[in-house]
Design a protein. Structure first.
Length: 145
């Protein structure tokens, strides 16, 4: 006797296993959400906030909280970029991805100096504040992120 038939599944919602999944309600993280939002509040007034380091054991909701707050900031015309450092590995790749997210186009992979790329990112931003979340920076191949 087969337990599952055809398109049946054991899971009510398989989407929750996707790393990009963001739940509609984030439970038991109100304090962390409020602390992060308060730290990033200067961005709403066009002022660059300080650096923030979110630390804690794996699978405790750090990434979910950061993504949630970044999503809320976008509603206030603050430019936000979420990056996974282990995938990007080099500073040029990090800034290339920022360029891609802000400008909507991929920069050339070779021949463009980093300072030129940074200048173009600044031109695309104009007066908007940029918030970049570097997730899993501790797993970077090189300390260039």
């Amino acid at each position: 006797m087969e337990i599952l038939w055809g398109d049946e599944t054991l899971f009510r919602n398989e989407e929750v296993f996707d790393p990009e999944y963001l739940p509609q309600a984030i439970l038991h993280r109100d304090t962390q959400i409020n602390d992060l939002a308060l730290s990033l509040r200067p961005a709403l007034n066009g002022i660059s906030p300080g650096h923030i380091l979110c630390v804690g054991p794996p699978s405790t909701g750090k990434t979910t909280v950061v993504k949630y707050v970044l999503e809320k900031l976008e509603e206030y015309d603050v430019a936000t970029v979420y990056l996974r450092c282990p995938i990007l590995r080099t500073s040029y790749n990090v800034f290339s991805k920022i360029f891609e997210e802000i400008g909507g186009k991929v920069p050339p992979q070779r021949g463009v100096p980093l300072f030129k790329l940074l200048s173009e990112i600044g031109d695309q931003l104009g007066q908007r504040v940029l918030i970049v979340a570097l997730d899993d920076i501790n797993f970077s191949y090189r300390k260039t992120c």
